[in-house]
Design a protein around this ligand. Structure first.
Ligand SMILES: [Zn+2]
Length: 211
């Protein structure tokens, strides 16, 4: 896809996510990696519901601002994911309600904080590790992301929200939506006994639909 088409995609999916209530205020950011290695990312203090193609920032793979408005203050962890995941072409990071609620719970096992409930969750998200809390803008977050990103399509930042990557922006958006809906299921189910997918069922899904 050419740059102008990717800019239009970011505007379209930003409006979709805002319209569905998954993004609010100026929270959240989207990015796309182009074939030349440059990254298009939503600008700082922008609302995903009201973007225009020309204002979207373009930065180098090292994060140097090239054109457009100044990039999101959270762009640095997008760069960390791209560095560790050569197959990733897009990233969605939002502060959606159920996913953030999940990130605020105490989890005994932080290697995967979503119980295996549905096949599409396994296919689109995989395991969801929880990273520790960092204050906004803390560059130590990039180091923590780097350690996890190579082996995971999605990760959850404690008391903050998820980072989800994909082969395309549509792929990353679909995975993000699956994550938010699965987090919603966790709270709907609450303390009731759960019929989890078995290890055999998960292995079968991972073999049939490798991430
Ligand atoms: Zn954030």
């Amino acid at each position: 896809m050419k740059e102008d088409e990717l800019r239009a995609e970011i505007v379209k999916f930003g409006a979709l996510l805002y319209g569905r209530g998954l993004a609010h205020g100026s929270a959240g950011n989207l990015s796309v990696r182009q074939e030349d290695g440059t990254i298009l990312v939503t600008p700082t203090n922008s609302s995903l519901g009201f973007l225009s193609p020309g204002q979207i920032s373009k930065v180098s793979a090292e994060g140097i601002h090239l054109v457009g408005d100044p990039p999101s203050k959270e762009a640095f962890f997008h760069l960390a994911v791209y560095q560790e995941r050569p197959e990733a072409s897009a990233i969605v990071h939002l502060h959606s309600t159920h996913a953030v609620a999940l990130s605020c719970l105490c989890h005994e096992d932080t290697s995967d904080v979503l119980p295996p409930l549905t096949a599409y969750q396994i296919m689109r998200i995989g395991r969801l590790p929880l990273l520790p809390y960092f204050r906004p803008g803390d560059r130590k977050l990039a180091d923590a992301v780097r350690q996890i990103a190579g082996g995971h399509k999605a990760m959850l930042l404690a008391n903050h929200g998820p980072i989800v990557s994909g082969k395309s922006l549509q792929d990353a958006v679909h995975a993000y939506e699956e994550l938010e809906e699965t987090a919603k299921l966790v709270f709907l189910i609450g303390d009731r006994p759960v019929s989890r997918l078995t290890c055999e069922a998960i292995a079968d899904l991972n073999e049939a639909f490798p991430n």
